[in-house]
Design a protein around this ligand. Sequence first.
Ligand SMILES: *Cc1c(COP(=O)(O)O)cnc(C)c1O
Length: 379
Amino acid sequence: MVDLKGQYNKIKETVDAQIQSVLDTTSYINGPLVKEFQKNLENYLGVKHVIPCANGTDALQIAMMGLGLQPGDEVITADFTFAATVEVIALLNLTPVLVDVNPDDFNINIDAIKKAITPKTKAIVPVHLFGQCANMEAIMELAKAHNLFVIEDNAQGIGANYTYKDGTKAKSGTIGHVASTSFFPSKNLGCYGDGGAIFTNDDNLAHTIRGIVNHGMYERYHHDVVGVNSRLDSIQAAVLNTKLPLLDTYNKARRNAAKKYNDAFKNETKITTPKTINGCAGICETCDCHVFHQYTLKVTNVDRDALVQHLNANNIPCGVYYPIPLHSQKAYKDARYNEADFPVTNQLIKEVISLPMHTELEDDQIKFITETVKEFINR
Ligand SMILES: *Cc1c(COP(=O)(O)O)cnc(C)c1O
């Protein structure tokens, strides 16, 4: 699904030297490179505060802790996402409220959010699924009207632009009250281990969060709040400092691959290629509205699972993200959920298939993949 080796080989000299510099200084934790990366990412995103941490799941949890959410508070999020999002809500004894998504962009559905808001609702967690922003303008309006926090789960969307109705743009993860991201190796900005970060424009919240990630300490050995230990290490910061200047190029390579996939499938009636929102016709060349963390098709009148097997038999990796709705997972079942409230997710889990998507895809690979898919669905 990804080609981390191919990408590494192209930056080996620089990244090896950066990693070696950490080994030479032995400044493994909270070294100068972590601070440097923090500043570089703040500049790239145009956000006031980046707080690096150990992984994207921690980032979400710490964001929620920073906002002071209390046990029993209801937090609305998407039914169709990776489990980390709902996991941290449950871990903090908050009440997850899963809602349905859109059939075209796979992101959280605004009417479903409206329906789920109660007097206990305290926050909404939109996930920028597969690399495209949720409808942030509508979400921020709802949040304002109901006095809710918005926490963007930006693990899959780093580098994507969100375009407001008036045409202005903002980077994903800089629109809500706070956002989280992941630097897991296969994410769009991946390090060589675990890593994550929290973003916010709120000075007070940033201060609170900087203490939480460091055992609740604001002054050495004074523990004012219950915190956690969640750090980005200097070796990962060295890798990220090398890769951040390449992020836009990487995302462009993904978009180019997506465009080639789209072109190859354009006459296939059984295939729906990913839709880009924000007024973009097809795959836009300039506005960076989709960074294709995944390239996800919907197939209809096709045995999706047999297609997966056929691709695997031809040594083509593929993935089903996600095969089970969160509301049906043992850990997150809740008597309040009604199947009739999840028509889209319940359908998507049967139809979606994600093809290899990364920065190193060659034309002949795309051709082999698309030909193999087409040959199977037209049997
Ligand atoms: C990857 C991911 C996470 C978790 O990130 P980790 O760094 O693996 O903890 C959270 N949410 C979403 C949507 C993700 O894709």
